[in-house]
Structure formats: C-alpha cells, structure tokens
Design a binder for this molecule. Structure first.
Ligand code: ADP
Ligand code: ZN
Length: 817
C-alpha cells in the first residue's frame, strides 16, 4: 500500500499539496504536526500535515517529505476546523490562514529571502512591469520569499527578474536556515568565588578605592544580596547602582564578577492574582444574572452598557465562574485598547492564569503562549489578546468576551485572511460549545440588529457605576464663533473657559482631533497649487516637528518646501489642522501646563502607548491631545473635560457607516470624562450643531441613532440588511485596471444583476502607485452566501485565465465594513 500526505503550505495555494510518505510515517503522522517538505525547484517549507490517504495526485508526481518536525501536533483538530471555516467564509486559502495564525518562529524554513536595498534612490519609471511589482511589494513588506514573488508575478520563472534586480543593486538576497524560536536568557551576576572570603573582599574594596563607580557596583550588589535572597539581574544592578552595563562588563573582565544565565519564560505576570473581586452593585448583579440566563438558551449575548457602567467587573465575575469550572476564557480587545491598564486589572484578579497575546509581542513571546496552551498549562487559562488570538490552540474554551465589539479594528483588511474577529470568534465559540459575550457602550448596528431580532440576548446598563451622571455635552457652533471673532486659533472662547476652570480645579483634559500631523493640506496662496504625493492621489500632510511633508498612505516624505513648486512664489500656507497643531496651540494658551500628544507618530514601539498613558494616569500630564486612540476603553480617574476639536470631518467621511462611526467615536471619547465622582463636561466644536448625529450624541440617544441609521440601511440596502462583498482591482496601469474591472463587473452582472455596483474609483484612486477600482456586490438576506461565493470564485478563475489580466491584483473582501 502506498501512502500519501496532504499538507497545507503557508502560502496562497488554493489546494493542499500531496507528498509521498512511508507506511511508518503514515502511522506516526497526525494532522496538525509540522513536516518539512520540498517545494518548487529547491525550496524547503514547513507545512502542516492535514490528511493521510492512498490516492496519488493526478496532476503531478508526489515527492517525498524531508522530515517530520513534531512528536505531537502543534495545531489542534478544532483549530484546523475553524481555520477551514475562515478560509471558506472569507474566500482565501487555508495556507493564508495558517500564515496568519502560526507564529513565524514555528516555521523552520530554508528559503531565499529577498529584501530591498534602502540605501539607494530608485526611479521606478525605469523598472519593467515585473520588476516594479516586486519592488512595489517590498514597499510594504520588509522581505519576500521566492514563492511570494511567484504569486505576485503569477509565473513560475521568476529567477531572471530577481536576478536582474539584484544586478541593479535594488534587491538583496539572503539564505536562511534556522529554528527561529530561542528561549529568552536573562543575564545575572554574582561575586566571583575568588573573592568570597571576608579577607579577599576587604582587599578587593581597597583595590577599587580608586575606581569609585566599580566600587559602587560592588556595594550595591552586597546590599541587594543581603536584602533578598535571589539572583541579581544585570539590568537590576545597573539600575540600582546608577552605573552602566559597561562598568559591569569591566568587573566581569577583571574576574571580580561572574556572569551567568537563567532561561526564563518571557511572558511573566506581574499581578498577585489574589485581589478580591469587587462586589457588584445591584444593577451589575442583575445584568450578570441576566447574562447567565440568556446563555441557557442562546449562545451570544450583547451587553450594552453606557461608558463606565462597570462592564469590566461583570466580565471578571463571568471569567471567575469559567475558571472554577476548569474552562478557558478568551478576552478579545481591539489592539490599541490592549494596555497594561487592563492587563494589570485582570492580573490582579487572576494572576499568572492570564496570558497576553498581541502583535507588539515578539515571535518568541507568542510561541510561549501557544505552547502553554497546547500543554494545557495553568498559565494560559485567560487569554487576553487582539484579533489574531482567536487562532490559538484552545483546548477547553468556555467563554469568549469581545470588549468594544463595535471597534472597526476587529476586521483585518490586509493581508488575507480578511476576517472579522467578532464574527469568527462567535463561530469558534460554537465549535467549542462555548458562549460569547459582546460588550460595548455603542454597539455596532449589526450586533444590535441581531439582538433586536432575538438572535442574540440583550442586556442593558443605562447608568454609570456609582450613579455618576453621564457627562454634560455642549455643542459649540464654530460658524457663529468665527463670525463673532470668539476664536483663538482652533479654540472657541467656550472651550478655553472650560479648560481654564478644569485646570484651576486640578483636573485633566482630553482633546480629540482625528487627524495627525500639523496640517493635512499645504496650499499656495498665489496659485492654489498644493503638493501631492508622487505615489498616491492625496495631498501631503505637513509635520512641523520634522519640518516635513508626509504621505499617510505610503509613507513618502520630503523636506517642507520653501516655495511653491508650480509658481515659485514663497507663499505656501497650511490649511486644516491635526493633533500637532492643536498641541502647539494648547502650549501657547496654557504655557505653564504640561501637554502630551497621543497619535501614531508618538506611540511607536512596544511600550509607546504605555508611556503616555502612564504619565497621564500619574497626572504628570494635564492635557492630552490625541486621535482615535484615545477612545479605546481607557479608564482615567481625573479627566473632567473632553474637547472634540472638529466633529465635521468625521461626519463627512464618504462611507455608509460614517454616521454610525461618528456617533460611536464621539460617545466613546465623551465617555472618558468624569468617570469617578464628578460629572464630566464635553464640548463638541462643529459647523453643524443641528446635525442629527450630534444631537443624538449630546443626549446620549443610542436607540434614536440606531433607528434612524437602520432606516437608511433598509432604504439603501446596506448591512445589516444586505451583506456586502467588495472586490478591488489594483494595477499600475490605469487602462488595465479599467479593462479588468469592467470585464469582471460584466460577468458578475450576468449572475447578480442589479446587485452589482461599480466598478468605481474610490475617493483616493491611486495608492502606492497602484490604481484601485472597486466593485461592490450586495447580497440580499434570502440569497445563499455559499452559492454567491461559488459564483464569484468561478468568475475569478475565468478572469485569471485571461492573459492580460494576470498582473492585476484582485482583492476579495467579504463583509468589507
Ligand atoms: P466600563 O467597562 O463599563 O467602561 P469599568 O468596568 O471600567 O466600566 O468601571 C468604571 C469604573 O468603576 C472603574 O474604575 C471600576 O473600577 C469602577 N467599578 C465598576 N464596578 C465596580 C464595583 N462593583 N465596585 C467598585 N468599583 C467598581
Ligand atoms: Zn503616498
């Protein structure tokens, strides 16, 4: 009998690939184990064993596998089942899901890695089409593998193109073969044994009398050793002795200190884990009981509780119950909200049972969480993480909590799988026969709709914990203020007055502006020309801090211009404003106060957010200026005033959800005010104070907003009434994008008739030198989703058979909102 193994390669192949295995291997291998396999001419991949059978592949000769990498599966059956669902629902390959799910460090590989030479300037108009596509892909991926290039160019013989680029000095090649995971070693020091006796020690200190810093290190080491009977970390010694690691190295070189390493788990917990849970008040207790009641008959409950109603404490109770039953809990949060604030809160309750998983963690840290979960370790009972943590190997999942369920960042846009974590989590919970709790102060329309249809249970909390009043929200009419000259920069007299009082009382302020940078548009006052990004159809944003013009879509930047490129006059002026400008104006208005800014530019790095949040929490900062980031479930005790600098550019965003999102955003930012005792105040500056959404925000009327928006969704056939699939075409050549999109739309119309919209150029039609064009397919409730996707897949296959269209990138995005 001959045996064959289907494997999933972590690349966008539509089908599993089949290899030949021996009978012994067939008996040993289980689905979910990793195997090293040859693929293509000479590459080795780590693939996942999927299925063992006796049928040779018909289209090719099966090769043999190189080796089996695991003794036990590293991926569970349940994971595979869930990943299959994701691949089929979101129309991507299983390999792409594997790529997204598995920490890179799991994938032992021998492959050629291609990286871009960043030291030379490249004029991309000199590149041939194929060369450009590779170069272009490397603008947003730091490296590519040969196989990636094969799929980007959609042809097998890619080596000549790569070779040409290497010869032009545009690309670098690099061979890698290594197991990427390395346990973290911590450096410790102790006194070298030569000096252990009292006598030797005195001698040593005498000797070092002329090296005061080294002497200081030794004395600190003794103090530390005396105060705690535990190993002394190099980092600790450096910090406590106020010296540098260079001095410690000198002592090691002199054989006075001895260095050693201990392997530690990277993911260490900090909380004690025994904090008594807060006693729920009556309102919370009722909600808790209602949720449990709902879970008897339904698998999903929506907890709609106003900001600061104490939802988190209810989650804690529910988690505790699951842990008592021996179940795991997944606590999903938007990436940005995953701060130490919340993790600390959970660790205080659950100690080292809490494992954190998100993209700012290194590959090694992720592997540790994964392994702990596979081993059913006590350390991985409560998984707190961003969207990708739902791809982890859960063993006995009892509950998934999706906090801030309305958050847009639960949807992955690029690359595939383009999944929505909330929806994929509900499916995961069903596989595990677990329950899902969605929580939000401003639920998404689709979740509230599901609740109103009885599909989900609904629990509402309408008061804040401790009966703190909802903030008092005041709309400030900018048109009127400008007319009556009551503005200083972008601050109305009302805002300045409220800020002054708040600061005098010793409270803090949050100012929200949804654009970063100094000003989004630079314009010449003589000829009206404004500098555009050479790669994208957008104007460049001025960043004063670096005196640069930057593109927020592709990262292009240049020095600020001295004069207009079109007419040559030195009459460049800035229009519009971003967080940087607000920060500067605040500093001028309140020079004695401390101001900080929280946006993409100030929060890079693993602890970027933490630093700003901590200093605000500890009241080192009086006024925090920021973007969307400010809205994500932060709990500050001393914020009394929130200012929204300009509500209009939120409302005018060209998207069918713009109004829903504006409501959510403003209600959430407002929710940061007055969370503990005193009622908070919110000022919203706008040119449209009568806009319905602003009225609804200011009166805290979620249900009114819901009813009105749903009406529009019915009338214009948008989600949650209809479903959407968006297909985007991308190519460097304008005409080719048009031809391709037209061909595709025509084929779609034959099947879906009037439910096909477009093709249309989006508001920004060119990004990173590629023209984009979209087709939108609207799917009525009664239409089968499965059949719809089958029809699209069929059209896609015929499309790819057209030679002219091969180089056009087609991105299919299911539920693209
Ligand atoms: P939400 O998640 O609904 O915005 P939180 O759970 O963060 O609200 O609660 C708001 C504040 O009230 C927090 O500072 C929290 O510690 C406090 N709080 C909530 N419930 C209780 C309780 N039962 N006992 C004591 N403090 C509570
Ligand atoms: Zn750009």
């Amino acid at each position: 009998m001959t045996y064959f193994l289907d494997v999933i390669l972590p690349i966008p192949l539509q089908k599993a690939f089949t290899y030949h295995i021996t009978e012994a291997e067939a008996q040993f291998i289980k689905a979910g184990m990793r195997v090293a396999v040859p693929f293509g001419k000479s590459k080795i991949y780590t693939a996942l064993a999927y299925n063992i059978h006796n049928n040779p592949p018909t289209a090719y000769e099966a090769k043999t596998i190189h080796q089996i990498l695991d003794e036990q599966p590293v991926v569970t059956e349940m994971q595979l089942k869930h990943w299959e669902w994701i691949a089929s629902y979101y129309m991507c390959s299983l390999g792409e899901v594997v790529r997204a799910a598995m920490p890179n460090a799991f994938l032992l590989e021998s492959e050629t890695i291609i990286t871009k030479n960043d030291t030379i300037d490249i004029n991309d108009s000199q590149l041939k089409d194929d060369e450009f596509l590779i170069y272009e892909a490397l603008q947003y991926q730091s490296s590519l593998k040969i196989q990636d290039v094969v799929s980007i160019l959609d042809k097998k013989r890619v080596l000549p193109v790569i070779k040409a680029l290497v010869e032009k000095d545009i690309l670098f090649l690099q061979e890698e073969l290594y197991e990427k995971y390395q346990p973290k070693l911590v450096r410790y020091v102790k006194l070298h044994q030569h000096h252990k006796s009292e006598e030797k020690l005195q001698e040593l200190l005498g000797l070092l009398s002329r090296a005061p810093k080294q002497r200081q290190v030794l004395l600190t080491l003794f103090t530390l050793e005396a105060s705690a009977n535990k190993p002394i970390k190099v980092s600790e010694l450096v910090e406590r002795s106020g010296t540098s690691s260079a001095i410690i190295k000198a002592l090691i070189d002199k054989v006075i200190l001895e260095e050693y390493h201990i392997q530690t788990d990277r993911v260490q917990f900090e909380g004690e884990g025994d904090a008594a849970a807060k006693t729920l008040n009556d309102v919370q207790q009722n909600a808790f009981i209602e949720i449990k009641e709902i879970f008897k008959s339904k698998s999903v409950a929506l907890l709609h509780g106003v900001t600061s109603s104490g939802k988190t404490e209810i989650y804690v109770k529910l988690i505790r119950q699951q842990l008592d039953k021996g179940n795991q809990v997944l606590y999903l949060l938007p990436e940005i909200a995953l701060t130490t604030q919340l993790v600390q809160r959970l660790q205080d309750y659950f100690g080292e049972k809490v494992a954190v998983f998100h993209s700012r963690y290194s590959g090694n840290e992720r592997v540790e969480v994964w392994q702990n979960m596979l081993n059913k370790s006590d350390k991985a009972q409560v998984i707190v993480g961003a969207r990708s943590s739902l791809l982890l190997p859960f063993q006995n999942l009892g509950l998934i909590i999706i906090d801030e369920e309305h958050e847009q960042s639960y949807k992955q846009f690029d690359p595939a799988p383009r999944y929505h974590a909330r929806d994929a989590a509900i499916v995961l919970a069903n596989f595990h026969k677990a329950k899902t709790l969605l929580g939000s102060a401003t639920p998404s329309l689709e979740s509230y709709f599901n609740a109103s249809q009885g599909k989900y249970g609904l629990v509402e909390l309408t008061t804040r914990y401790n009966n703190v009043l909802m903030p008092d929200i005041e709309l400030v009419d900018l048109a009127d203020k400008y007319k009556r000259k009551r503005m200083k920069g972008h601050f109305s007299d009302r805002l300045i007055a409220e800020m002054t009082v708040t600061l005098e009382q010793g409270f803090q302020i949050i100012l929200f502006q949804n654009r970063r940078g100094f000003s989004p548009i630079v314009e010449c006052t003589t000829c009206g020309n404004s500098p555009q990004c050479p790669n994208c159809d957008v104007s460049l944003t001025y960043h004063q801090y670096r005196d640069q013009l930057r593109c927020h879509y592709c990262g292009y930047n240049s020095q600020m211009l001295k004069s207009c490129q079109a007419c040559g006059n030195a009459t460049l002026d800035t229009k519009g404003f971003g967080t940087e400008q607000i920060e500067e104006e605040v500093k001028a208005l309140f020079p004695e106060k401390k101001v900080a800014r929280m946006d993409l530019d100030t929060t890079r790095g693993k602890y970027g957010f933490e630093k700003i949040i901590n200093s605000f929490e500890q009241r080192e900062v009086d006024i925090l200026v920021g973007t969307q980031m400010l809205t994500k479930g932060l709990d500050f005790r001393y914020v009394k005033l929130v200012g929204i600098m300009n509500a209009d550019n939120l409302l005018n965003f060209p998207d069918f959800r713009a109004h829903e999102r504006s409501y959510q955003l403003m209600a959430q930012v407002s929710g940061r005010a007055g969370r503990t005792d005193l009622r908070g105040k919110v000022l919203i500056q706008t040119y449209n104070p009568h806009h319905n959404i602003l009225q609804q925000v200011s009166t805290n009327s979620y249900k009114e907003m819901y009813a009105e928006q749903m009406n529009d969704r019915y009338n214009y056939k948008y989600p949650p009434i209809y479903r959407l699939i968006k297909i985007t075409f991308k190519h460097k050549d304008y005409n080719r994008v048009n031809l391709a999109a037209d061909w595709y739309a025509k084929s779609l119309r034959q099947v879906f008739k009037a439910n096909v919209l477009g093709p249309e150029f989006p508001p920004i039609s060119r990004i990173r030198n590629l023209y984009n064009k979209n087709i939108l397919i609207k799917i009525p409730q009664k239409q089968s989703l499965v059949k719809t996707k089958e029809a699209i897949a069929k059209i896609d296959t015929s499309f790819n058979a057209v030679k002219d269209f091969r180089s056009v990138r087609v991105v299919i995005n299911v539920d693209n909102y």
